[in-house]
Design a protein around this ligand. Structure first.
Ligand SMILES: Nc1ncnc2c1ncn2[C@@H]1O[C@H](COP(=O)(O)OP(=O)(O)OP(=O)(O)O)[C@@H](O)[C@H]1O
Ligand SMILES: [Mg+2]
Length: 497
């Protein structure tokens, strides 16, 4: 609406048709002044009218504006989210009721001019909020779903999921930031509780599986110890029972040799004294080939002596093998352990109708007795040698007797002192089937076996590892190539008595 009525002429303006004052009479002048006055009054009136209208219009606009503002506040206050907006310097310009309550300022109007440091939150939380504002305004890009903690006006430590977006003026320049958030404390606490529960469960699972594997190990060892001690008892019993008859033989052999010598001397004396004993005696002498008996009988008795010595050695070996371990380590000659184990396995090394005997090549470097648990070391040798024989038997399958004879099955056993002189090194090597890479990785696992059901339990090497690594602080290494053979290299600290 125009503020001035353009039809009303200004009193200073002069119409070109009006008569010049020099030509006007006083009466005419008075009339024209009156006209001018009434025109001015009309103009003032119309101006006053316009002013009143303008005031009304302004009031209306203000009313409408207030209503719109109230409606906007109502809408914002009704929303479940907390809403706030700030200027470029992160100074608050407004917020809704939810936000005002969280901030501990009572009503939304109180937020104007405040910064985060004036509100309920912790200082580090305020710093975080402002850093986030700065990032959003600088990048001119909204950040959504920011999960952040917030200490609220009522002392509650809440978790928020916040969205922040830059605010622009009409030219697109960033002038501030608009933020909304939801209180996700319940969800977050449930998540945290779940996470903690998961961690607890994981810990318990780890503990349980450790306990289970410990239990398996102990069970395994018990079974093996039981087996070994049963075997040990049997062998010790056999060795003991052998001792008595061997004792008789050994004890009687010397007198028997003396008697034979005496009797042969007596015969010689008879022959000298009675050179012609008669036909019956001569023909008996021929029949029994007396000269040969006289020559052979002492040799025969001597070889019986050798046999007795051998049986004695076997008996000693058996007793060595069946040694029960004490609480502490004792000095033990590794060669004796290996010899006695080979002896126990002799029946498996012998030739049969399918293959010739397995050759055993032994190379023992001079070494002092080693402090160890002899019964357990024998168990290690037993498992490794039994595995080597299995590997050779498997590689012999499908080959003819003569083929095997041309490239004989062989087990090499050696002991030596390591170059640094601190370790006893034991090598057990076969030229059997060898291992695949996967088998090599898994051989020390409990119950891992590639053998048929009933043939292997998959415990042997798990026990070997336990005895060498855990009980003796040693190491065990495998060198193996599929189709070529396998070598186990054991090292144990060379603690001597
Ligand atoms: N000398 C070897 N040559 C080739 N493979 C071997 C040799 N020694 C062990 N293995 C492989 O390692 C696996 C595990 O050996 P381990 O002695 O632990 O169990 P097993 O011999 O199968 O059963 P057992 O419990 O009766 O000893 C064997 O099944 C075999 O596949
Ligand atoms: Mg085995």
């Amino acid at each position: 609406m125009p503020l001035l009525d353009e039809s009303v002429t200004s009193p200073t303006e002069t119409s070109p048709t009006e008569t010049s004052p020099t030509e006007t009479s006083p009466t005419e002048t008075s009339i024209s002044l009156e006209q001018l006055l009434s025109q001015s009054e009309a103009k003032i009136q119309s101006l006053e009218q316009a002013h009143v209208e303008e005031m009304n219009r302004r009031e209306q606009v203000e009313r409408e504006l207030n209503e719109a503002r109230q409606l906007l506040q109502l809408v914002m206050d009704t929303l479940p989210e907390a809403i706030f907006w700030k200027d470029r310097n992160s100074v608050y310009l407004g917020c809704n009721r939810n936000f005002a309550e969280d901030a501990g300022i009572g009503i939304p109007e109180h937020i104007i001019g405040k910064t985060d440091y004036d509100l309920a939150w912790k200082e580090e939380e305020s710093q975080f909020f402002r850093e986030c504002d700065r990032r959003v305004m600088l990048a001119d890009r909204a950040e959504l779903g920011i999960v952040e903690p917030q200490l609220q006006g009522d002392g509650k430590q809440a978790w928020l999921e916040t969205n922040k977006a830059p605010l622009h003026d009409e030219r697109g320049k960033v002038i501030g930031i608009l933020g909304t958030y939801q209180d996700i404390t319940v969800r977050k606490e449930a998540e945290i509780a779940l996470h903690e529960l998961n961690q607890k469960l994981e810990r318990q699972t780890v503990e349980l599986s450790a306990a289970l594997s410990q239990l398996q190990q102990s069970q395994l060892q018990l079974v093996q110890q039981e087996k070994m001690s049963a075997l040990g008892n049997l062998i010790a019993g056999v060795a003991h029972e052998m001792n008595n008859p061997v004792g008789f033989l050994a004890g009687n052999l010397l007198p028997a040799q003396n008697y034979v010598r005496d009797l042969l001397g007596l015969i010689a004396l008879y022959q000298e004294t009675l050179p012609n004993p008669g036909e019956a005696i001569d023909s008996k002498i021929d029949e029994i080939d007396l000269d040969y008996v006289r020559e052979d009988l002492p040799k025969l008795l001597q070889s019986m002596g050798e046999g007795i010595k051998r049986i004695r050695n076997i008996s000693t070996s058996l007793r060595t093998f069946s040694r029960a371990d004490q609480e502490h380590k004792v000095a033990f000659n590794l060669k004796d352990g290996l010899d006695s184990t080979v002896l126990i396995l002799k029946h498996r090394l012998k030739a049969d109708e399918h293959r010739p005997a397995i050759e055993v090549v032994e190379q023992y470097e001079k070494m002092p007795p080693v402090l160890c648990f002899p019964g357990q070391m024998n168990q290690v040798f037993m498992n490794l040698l039994a595995n080597a024989i299995d590997a050779l038997e498997e590689s012999s399958q499908g080959k003819s007797f003569s083929e095997i004879k041309a490239a004989p099955n062989r087990i090499m056993i050696s002991t030596q002192v390591s170059s640094c002189a601190s370790q006893a090194v034991i090598r057990i090597k076969d030229n059997g089937i060898g291992m695949t890479e996967e088998t090599k990785q898994r051989v020390f696992e409990n119950l891992f076996t590639t053998k048929a059901v009933g043939k292997g339990t998959g415990l042997g090497l798990a026990i070997v590892r336990q005895i060498i690594v855990e009980k003796h602080g040693g190491t065990i290494v495998i060198n193996s190539e599929l189709g070529q053979g396998t070598e186990f290299v054991i090292q144990i600290p060379l603690e001597t008595a």
